[in-house]
Design a protein around this ligand. Structure first.
Ligand code: NAD
Length: 254
């Protein structure tokens, strides 16, 4: 652990949902490096344990809890477990998301629509609902959801994904208004296409084509998403709430 690194999150408890994923794992490591007590949750237990081990072996603190975000009882148990173990949740980050089928609407299944909506949108609702009850009582907290450039600038053949990510922006902005009187900041990060296992479905050629559409001329790195999440979770962003913050290399500049 680099002791000279800024430790903005000393004493803070951070719950990272989707913490085994490409962006979630890097963000978990950044929070741990800055002194946070990190809890990661995911369905992928082996990847989650690997991330936690990496954090602990470099001197950070990390606990894992298995949870399927689409099951309300598992979400409640996860939040209750964190609260009974650490007494509080200062920061919630909701990374969990799936792309689902890539197909025109006339070939798309109802099962896919429900699954994408449940993971990307309902899971965020379930986690925010449980954590908000706690943050309201403390009159303190930060919530950050992770949408996608597809939520502002949709792609064809992935309408469930487009709609879930646009919905997540609306959900986050509405929640920011509900929680503002309780001193809880709620913001959304809007990543552009970023190098993580999420892109495993794409060929190298397709990635190059996508990069050519980005004004900065390249894909994002998960560290670049993490830095913005940490900023929004920090005291430096105390007057930021209800924002949908682009990290897109200039794509979709609104
Ligand atoms: N990578 C990109 O290009 C990109 C671009 C824009 C937005 N995003 C969004 O950023 C977020 C993080 O993406 P990533 O690239 O890290 O993806 P990822 O696939 O690496 O991580 C997603 C994580 O969610 C977990 N997960 C899936 N279903 C779950 C469920 N039912 N319950 C609990 N956990 C579940 C997976 O196990 C995985 O660890 C996602 O919401 C994604 O939509 C990604």
């Amino acid at each position: 652990m680099d002791n000279t690194y800024c430790r903005r999150f000393e004493g803070k408890v951070v719950l990272i949902v989707g913490g085994a994923g490409g962006m979630g794992s890097v963000t978990a490591k950044e929070f741990a490096r800055e002194g946070a007590e990190v809890v990661i949750t995911d369905v992928d237990v082996s990847r989650m344990e690997r991330v936690a081990e990496e954090i602990r072996s470099s001197g950070g603190r990390c606990t894992t809890i298995k949870c399927d975000v689409t099951v309300a009882s598992e979400v409640k148990n996860t939040v209750d477990t964190v609260l009974s173990k650490f007494g509080k949740i200062d920061i919630l980050v909701y990374f969990t998301g799936i792309l689902g089928e890539v197909a025109p609407i006339w070939e798309s299944s109802e099962e896919n629509w429900d699954k994408v909506m449940n993971v990307n949108l309902k899971g965020a609702f379930l986690f925010c609902r449980e954590v908000a009850k706690h943050m309201i009582k403390r009159r303190e907290g930060k919530i950050i959801t992770i949408s996608s450039v597809a939520g502002k600038d949709p792609n064809p053949y992935m309408l469930a994904y487009d709609a879930s990510k646009a919905g997540l922006i609306g959900f986050t902005r509405g929640l920011a208004l509900e929680l503002a009187p309780y001193n809880v900041n709620v913001n959304c990060v809007v990543p552009g296409i970023t190098e993580t296992p999420f892109l495993n479905f794409m060929t190298e050629e397709a990635k190059k084509r996508s990069a050519s559409l980005v004004p900065l001329g390249r894909l994002g790195k998960p560290e670049e998403i993490a830095k913005v999440v940490l900023f929004l979770a920090s005291d430096d962003a105390s007057f930021v709430t209800g924002a949908a913050w682009n990290v897109t290399g200039g794509r979709c500049p609104y």
